[in-house]
Design a binder for this molecule. Structure first.
Ligand code: GLY
Length: 400
């Protein structure tokens, strides 16, 4: 006669089960507020970045991406050296946690010698994301000369004949200018405001106008690279370097251009830059071809829908669109909703690292330089930086 014993066991089991459910309901009741996706994003980003800072401590280098399963660390002269300090500054703003402020200050100070560096156009990225955020958030007076000296070095790369700032000193081009260079102009506007000397912003405006004329196609997509003749100023060549083909629309390049012309409008309030930014935004939104709005690494990648996504292009685009949404009343909601969709999707498990994974980077699935077989489907420190910037902007705008 097994039955009574089984019944007794069932009774006991059912009492235990009821107790367990009641306890868990009580626990939920005590704290029934679910974690929002924004809270989860900040918590995860904080966890990851602390993990990163701890794992690279004392290396005096910056984490850039993942290579062969390890953190790719770079020296301060790498074009991406400003992004990790910048991410720490944004995390300090997002959390008020002094840990991030101290780390941000430490990594920013590592870049001090860049004030003497003249060999690239990327100085804006390197110094404005690090010292620029430092100055914006803390008012640190020591940041001012570093940024002004860097702005002087950047305008030193401007050529009267080409009316553009030279991007690279390597390669076989005569005077290469890449669309990414639009991102360095923010530092120049800041320098003119800081010093009351218009020479910096004059260069920025001339560079932006030249880029509008030669980098952009009729559909408002851009070439990656334009090479100029340094005597006549004529265009020698329009090509790609990191995109699929010379005629394709490399996703991050489209994002750099959009961001750049939004910044141009912010500082000049010249309608032509706002119109231009709107047109670039339309190109991006009309050509994205993905449901989650995280673009393929190139809008013309050959193997769509199987092409790789680029989370870095998505985060730069979202940040720019959030700012643009504040300038154009008619398109405000369109831009805001588009950026919000990107941000929410980047904050989903598909792109946001699980705590403790991804070697401390925040986002997964970016593409650095596919034609060179470099940084393919990897985290990138600038994807993380612009993701945090977007998160910060989004929270600011939503609080209004
Ligand atoms: N500025 C280089 C890149 O976007 O990959």
């Amino acid at each position: 006669m097994q039955q009574p014993i089984i019944n007794k066991m069932n009774q006991k089991l059912s009492i235990l089960l009821t107790l367990a459910i009641s306890l868990s309901l009580l626990a939920c009741g005590k704290d029934n507020k679910e974690t929002s996706w924004e809270e989860n994003a900040i918590e995860t980003a904080s966890y990851q970045t602390k993990m990163m800072a701890e794992s690279i401590a004392d290396s005096a280098k910056m984490p850039r991406s993942i290579k062969n399963g390890e953190i790719r660390l770079e020296h301060i002269y790498d074009w991406t050296s400003g992004f990790f300090p910048g991410s720490l500054w944004y995390l300090y703003e997002l959390t008020n946690n002094e840990y991030f402020k101290n780390e941000a200050q430490k990594y920013t100070n590592l870049l001090n010698d860049l004030r003497y560096y003249k060999d690239t156009h990327d100085l804006g990225f390197m110094i404005f994301c690090s010292y620029g955020n430092d100055y914006r958030i803390t008012g640190d007076a020591e940041a001012i000369p570093v940024m002004v000296e860097t702005a002087d070095n950047l305008i030193g790369r401007f050529n009267e004949n080409t009316q553009a700032i030279r991007s690279w000193d390597f390669g076989s081009w005569q005077y290469p200018v890449i669309i990414d260079n639009m991102m360095n102009l923010e530092l120049l506007f800041w320098a003119s405001e800081q010093t009351n000397d218009p020479k910096y912003k004059d260069v920025a405006i001339r560079h932006a106008n030249t880029t509008m004329e030669h980098h952009y196609r009729d559909d408002f997509s851009s070439f990656h690279l334009v090479d100029y003749d340094t005597i006549s100023g004529d265009v020698i060549l329009k090509a790609t370097h990191q995109g699929y083909s010379d005629d394709s629309a490399w996703a991050r390049g489209q994002a750099w251009g959009l961001y750049g012309y939004v910044v141009m409008y912010r500082f000049t309030k010249d309608q032509k830059y706002l119109d231009f930014a709107n047109n670039i935004a339309s190109f991006i939104m009309d050509n994205v071809k993905t449901d989650d709005l995280i673009p393929y690494w190139d809008y013309n990648a050959p193997n769509i829908p199987d092409a790789l996504r680029d989370a870095s292009a998505a985060s730069i685009t979202a940040s720019a669109l959030l700012e643009l949404s504040t300038y154009d009343a008619a398109k405000k909601d369109t831009y805001f909703n588009y950026a919000e969709t990107i941000l929410k999707n980047l904050s989903s498990d598909k792109y946001l690292a699980a705590k403790g994974d991804n070697l401390g980077f925040i986002l997964k699935h970016s593409v650095g330089h596919l034609p060179a077989n470099s940084e393919i489907d990897t985290p990138l420190n600038y994807a993380d930086y612009y993701y945090l910037e977007t998160l910060k902007r989004y929270l600011n705008y939503n609080q209004k």
